[in-house]
Design a protein around this ligand. Structure first.
Ligand SMILES: C[S@@+](CC[C@H](N)C(=O)[O-])C[C@H]1O[C@@H](n2cnc3c(N)ncnc32)[C@H](O)[C@@H]1O
Length: 455
C-alpha cells in the first residue's frame, strides 16, 4: 500500500542504481540507499504485475556504507539523472562490472570460464565529462526551469548547476533560461499537452557551443529569434537552431527532423577518432568524448586494423569506430540509417581523406545491392547497435558476412547477453570482454566484446 512504512536493508542495486531489499513480501527499490545500509522507508508505488515496490527514504538507521561519497551535484536525489553519484568511484566501477557479469553469466564461454570479464576501464573524468546537456523545460514559482523530470513524474527539477556537463554547457543553459524568459516563451505542459518551449539541448565541441530549441509548432518564430539574438552575444555560442516537435512519444529530436538555423551555424565540429566531423541537432555522439576516444582506439587494436584489412562498421553513427579503423589503415564500409550522420561522415572521410565509404541503410534489412557494397567476407565487422541490440535481420547479416573477427560494442548488457547467445548458436565465441565506463555517476555501462568463430 502506498504510504506504508517499514525498516529495510538494501542488499543489492537495481539497473537504475537504486538500492533493493525485501519488505512487505516485495522487492523494494529505494533511491539513495546503498547495499548494507538500513533505513525506514515509505512505499510510493506498488507494481500491479509483480512483487516489486518503489519507496522513498524516510530516515537512516545505523551506519552509512563505507562506499558512500558526497554527490557532486546540488540536484542529486531529485533530478534522477545520475543515481550513483553517492557512491565512491571504485565502488561504481565494481558495481558496473558486476552488472555485466550478472547479465552475461549464461553466455556459454563465460559459463565455461574460457573468457573472463575484465575490470571496467575507468573514465578519465568523473564530472564535467558530458559534451551534451539535455533539458526539459518546465515552470516553477512563476519562473521557467531547465531541468529533468523527477523520477516517475512530469515535475521538472531545475538542473542548472549540473556538474556532469562541461562547465560551458551549464553556463550557456543558464543564459538560455534567462533569454527564453525575457522572450516570453511559455513552457510546454505535458499534462495539458500545450505550450511552447519543450526541450533545450546544449552541445559543446572544442569549446564551441550549439543551442537547440525544441518547440511546438504553435510557438511564434519571433520569440525563438529573440532567444537566438540574445544567445549570439555569448562568445562560446557558435549557433542556435530550432526544431519543431509536437510528438507525444518522448522523442526529443525525432528522426528525420529538420533543424532551422536561427543564428550562426547549424553544426559543430566534433573530433572523432582524430577526424573532424560535423555534428548537428540530433545525431548520436558518445557524450564522454575522452573515454569514447579510448574505446575507439581499443576497438581498432582488438580488430588488428591495418592496411589490407577490410572492415564493416554497422550502426556507424558519425563514425567514431569506423574512422578509428580507417586511421589504422583498414578499408571500411560504414552502415548508418540517419541521413544527416551519413552525409556528415561521408564529408569527413572524403575531407581527411580516409578509406571509408558510407552506406545509408537499415543494418537489419539491406537490399542485395547494398549488401554487395559490404564485400565478400570482410575480415572484421564491428556492431554498435542501440540499447535494444540486434534484430533478426542484423544477426542474419552477420552470419552471412562470416567475419574472422566480430566486435560487439554494447550499451545494454541484457540485450548483449541475448545476442551473444544467438551468436554462440551461429558458431561465435567471445575471447575478450571489456566493460568501459562512459557515464560515471550512473548505472550505465558500455561493453566491448570480441568474438571469433569457435574452433
Ligand atoms: C549506439 S549508436 C552508435 C554510433 C557510433 N558507433 C558511435 O560510437 O558514435 C547507434 C547508431 O545506430 C544507428 N541506427 C539505429 N538503428 C539502425 C539500423 N537499424 N540500421 C542502421 N543504423 C541504425 C543510430 O542512428 C545511431 O547512429
Amino acid at each position: 500500500m502506498p504510504g506504508t512504512r517499514f525498516e529495510m536493508i538494501a542488499t543489492e542495486l537495481d539497473d537504475a542504481g537504486w538500492g533493493v531489499g525485501l519488505g512487505e513480501g516485495k522487492r523494494v527499490h529505494v533511491a539513495d540507499l546503498l547495499p548494507g545500509e538500513r533505513a525506514e522507508v515509505a512505499i510510493d508505488h506498488v507494481s500491479p504485475h509483480k512483487p516489486e515496490a518503489w519507496a522513498h527514504l524516510v530516515r537512516w538507521i545505523g551506519e552509512r556504507s563505507p562506499e558512500r561519497a558526497p554527490p557532486a551535484c546540488p540536484a542529486f536525489g531529485r533530478c534522477g539523472g545520475c543515481s550513483w553519484q553517492h557512491m565512491a568511484y571504485p565502488a561504481q566501477l565494481a558495481a558496473k562490472r558486476a552488472r555485466v557479469v550478472a547479465a552475461l553469466a549464461d553466455v556459454p564461454a563465460v559459463r565455461a570460464g574460457t573468457v573472463t570479464i575484465r575490470e571496467a576501464h575507468p573514465s578519465p573524468a568523473i564530472v564535467g565529462y558530458r559534451n551534451k546537456g539535455k533539458y526539459v523545460v518546465g515552470r516553477a514559482h512563476e519562473r521557467l526551469v531547465l531541468g529533468a523530470y523527477a523520477p516517475r513524474s512530469h515535475h521538472v527539477i531545475d538542473t542548472v548547476g549540473c556538474r556532469v556537463v562541461a562547465p560551458i554547457i551549464d553556463e550557456v543553459a543558464s543564459w538560455v533560461r534567462g533569454a527564453a524568459e525575457e522572450a516570453g516563451l511559455g513552457a510546454y505542459d505535458e499534462g495539458t499537452r500545450s505550450g511552447e518551449l519543450r526541450y533545450v539541448i546544449v552541445r559543446e565541441a572544442a569549446g564551441d557551443v550549439l543551442v537547440v530549441l525544441v518547440h511546438t509548432t504553435e510557438t511564434p518564430r519571433s520569440k525563438l529569434e529573440s532567444v537566438a539574438a540574445a544567445m549570439a552575444k555569448h562568445t562560446a555560442v557558435h549557433g542556435v537552431v530550432s526544431v519543431a516537435n509536437d510528438r507525444r512519444d518522448g522523442s526529443i529530436v525525432p528522426a528525420g527532423s529538420r533543424a532551422q538555423v536561427l543564428v550562426g551555424a547549424g553544426t559543430l565540429v566534433e573530433d572523432l577518432g582524430g577526424v573532424g566531423v560535423e555534428v548537428g541537432a540530433g545525431e548520436f555522439v558518445q557524450v564522454n568524448r575522452a573515454q569514447a576516444a579510448v574505446l575507439y582506439a581499443r576497438v581498432a587494436e582488438l580488430a588488428d586494423a591495418r592496411a589490407g584489412v577490410r572492415a564493416v562498421d554497422l550502426y556507424a553513427g558519425l563514425g567514431g569506430i569506423g574512422l578509428a579503423l580507417a586511421r589504422a589503415g583498414a578499408s571500411v564500409v560504414a552502415v548508418e540509417r540517419d541521413r544527416d550522420a551519413v552525409a556528415a561522415l561521408t564529408r569527413a572521410a572524403e575531407g581527411a581523406p580516409l578509406p571509408l565509404v558510407v552506406v545509408a541503410a537499415d543494418a537489419g534489412s539491406l537490399t542485395a545491392e547494398l549488401r554487395a557494397q559490404l564485400g565478400e567476407r570482410p575480415e572484421v565487422v564491428v556492431v554498435n547497435p542501440p540499447r535494444k541490440g540486434l534484430d533478426a535481420g542484423a544477426l542474419a547479416l552477420l552470419a552471412d558476412l562470416a567475419p574472422a573477427t566480430l566486435i560487439y560494442v554494447s550499451c545494454g548488457p541484457e540485450a548483449l547477453a541475448r545476442d551473444l547467445a544467438a551468436l554462440a548458436a551461429a558458431g561465435y565465441a567471445p575471447d575478450v570482454i571489456e566493460p568501459f565506463d562512459l557515464m560515471p555517476g550512473t548505472a550505465q555501462i558500455e561493453t566491448v566484446v570480441r568474438l571469433r568463430p569457435a574452433a
